[in-house]
Structures are given as structure tokens and as C-alpha cells.
Design a protein around this ligand. Sequence first.
Ligand SMILES: Cc1ncc(COP(=O)(O)O)c(C=O)c1O
Length: 444
Amino acid sequence: MSQLYPFTDPVAAQQRAPTAIVRGQGCFVEDDTGRRYLDAVAGLWCAALGFDDARLTAAATRQYETLAYYHSFMGRTPAIANQLSERLGSLLPAPLSHLIYGCSGSDAVDTAVKLVRYYQNARGRPDKKRIVAREGAYHGSGALSAGLTAMAYCHDGFDVRDGGVLRTGRPHYYADAQPGESEVAFAKRRAKELDALIRTHDAGTIAAFIGEPAMGAGGVILPPDGYWAEIQDVLARHDILLIADETITGFGRSGEWFGCQTYGISPDLMTMAKQLSAAYFPISAVAMSAAVHQAVAQQAHRLGTFGHGFTYGGHPVGAAIALEALAIYEEMDLPAHVSRLGALLDPHLERIASHPAVGDVRRVGLLAGVELRDDTALGAEFGRRVVDEAERRGVLFRPIGNVVAISPPYTIGSDEIAFMIRVLGESLDTVAGAGAALAAVLAS
Ligand SMILES: Cc1ncc(COP(=O)(O)O)c(C=O)c1O
């Protein structure tokens, strides 16, 4: 029996099996042939504390020895899940006041959408149900979350139902701004387009807008100046809820505890996963405002119960690991620590930005994207080729079209940062060619 691997061409996987990873040490992983790689994306933007943190392992062991499992259904809950809720309550931005646990970013997004529907029904607004999502969005692989995701390959062949989803433009200044348009003007244009979309489809049919504070899988797209303030103004005018999908940005990635703080976002609901447990346990959560919670609670009381939840939601081992991860983040002074690492990255990125094959370099916190030029002879293959070359040289990046994503563990050191970006530069030179060779590669 072999696996059907996610986001992998199954036929290609039969010819060339995925690299089997057997061990982790700090920011490095090792495959079954003994090759070591620095993981510049922390796995899937999630292993914030590297791959062998002893404190997280000890926290898991202690919890397994105390209470290895309990659920939160029908009048019981692991005490440690309550402790985690208390702890998150002290970190989460206003106006979030209640939360529910799950096991993945995808199920958190599905839960958020179901909560939004429940809320609108509770308010007597059964027609107000559609969700606005953006081009370039990734919100997961669940039945609802895949519909919110914009990538065609997440829909094709699956009959994903996205009939209720309205699509609006992504905040990609480098790729989508008009010549001479400032960031602020571009942000205003995106907000105007959103306003027009809402008016066309009638605000009375639209429940919520979902957005990643900074977009990850769509190509590390960072919002331009003023974007979130403009978007929130439009949503407030039309009585539309805001779901912040913090699956990637949550817990320090953007240089604050949450992307919402980096960008001045006041969400009605927030999804979080990945770095909540530094990826050492599949745990997620959806936080909601007191207003959403109150309407949902009253509706559930009328109906007799809140009929939603997962067997492993609020798992005690996940809660124990998350509490320990939060303790480590706090000891690190997370926002200051991530900002310091981001500043260390900058001079290296500046050198990469000066490469003639590079179109744009962007960074917030410890999340960066290097966008390669689309107009080279390598076309859309450029990013993949550079990332393959870097892998041969011992660094794992993630290609997103022609964007090379960088999102290393927070435990990365300055020498490792230098190594990571040196390998990126060498890989660029090898694939694109330097100097005269590059001129031949560049079509324009
Ligand atoms: C913004 C966002 N939402 C949701 C998800 C889905 O998370 P999961 O793979 O844990 O289901 C991801 C995964 O990368 C993500 O980036």
C-alpha cells in the first residue's frame, strides 16, 4: 500500500518517490539517505521552534502520562483545554472573547463559515450567507474551505461547491498595481472594487469576508499601505463580518503575535492553527467576538445544543504542547525576537533583490517572498528550477509559481540565515545564469 500524496502528481510520485524525511535537528531535517537540509519554510510555515524541541516533547510526554485523551462534548472537557483558552484569551486581540478547538486550519475555516451561517440565522437574516474571498487565497482543503481557496487545482475534478463564494481582487501591489499607482491608491481601488461587488450582489445576501492578514500560499502577498483599514470600512458599512484566517500569520510570523495586530485588523472571527502548537500536534482554534458568541449561544440554546465539534478538538496533549509553545514564545519575547530576525534577513534580501532576474522582494516579520521575473526564457518554470537547485545545495524553499517563499523556524541563527540566502543566490545564478549568461535567459 502506498500513499496518495497531497498536492503531488501521483503519476510522477510513482516514478520518483517523495524524499523520505527521517529526522529533525534544529532548523534542519535529514532524509533516509543521510542528506541534511535547512528547511527555509519550517515545513508548511508551521514548525516555528524547529524539528526537535525538547521542551515541547517533554510537555507532550507529561500530558500523555497524565491524561492521554479526553473530549469536550456533552458536559465534559479536559481541564488543560480550559487553561489554554485562558492563556489565548490573554493574547488574542479585541474583540475576540470565545473560542472552539479543531485539528487543522481547514477545519477551523469550515467551522468559522458554519458559525457565520449560524450567527446570521440566529439574527433572523437567513438570506445573508455568501462569503467574499480573494483571488490568490488559500483557506484549506475541506469541503467549505476548498471553495474559499482560489487555486483552480483545489477545485478541478472535485466538484467543489463554491456557488456561495464571491471573489474579489488580491492585494498584490507588485503584480496588479497600475503604472504610477501608489500603494495607498491601489488599496483604495481594491476597496472600491469590493464595495462595487457587494452592491452588485446585495449586502443582504453577504455574510462575511475572509482574508489572510498577509497571504501565504498565494505567493507571500503583503497588503499595501492602508489596505486593511479601507477593507474594514467597506465591510462595516455593509454589516459584513470579517474572518481573519491567521493559520499562517498567527503566533509571531508577521512580527506581532497576530497578523491582525501588524495590520490593524479587528476581526469578528479568527482562525489559528500551525504555530499554535509549533506544528507538534494537529490543533486549531476559531475565536469569535462576544457579539457572535452571544447570538450563537442563544440560538444553540433554543435548538437544544450546539451541534458541531470534533472528536479530537481540545485534545489534552495538543493543549499541553500549545501551552508550552506559548510559554517559549513569551520567553523569547516573540514580537521583538521575530522582528530582530527579520532585520537580520534584510541585508541578505537586499542583495537578492539586486539580482537582475528578481522582480520583487517583500518581507514582514519572518515571512518573505522573492518574486522572480516572469519574462525570462524559463517562464513559469523559473521558480521550480531555482528551488530544485537550492534543494541540491541543502536548503528547502517553497516555489509558488515564480515566487520563492521563505518562512523559517524562529530558532534560526544568523549563520543559518546567511547560508539560506547564499544558497538562494547561488541557485539563482546557476539557473538564471549570471552576467552575460543571464542576458540570454531574459527574454526582454
Ligand atoms: C491561510 C491558510 N488557511 C488554512 C490552511 C489549511 O490548513 P491545514 O492544512 O492545517 O488544513 C492553510 C494551510 O496552509 C493556510 O495557509
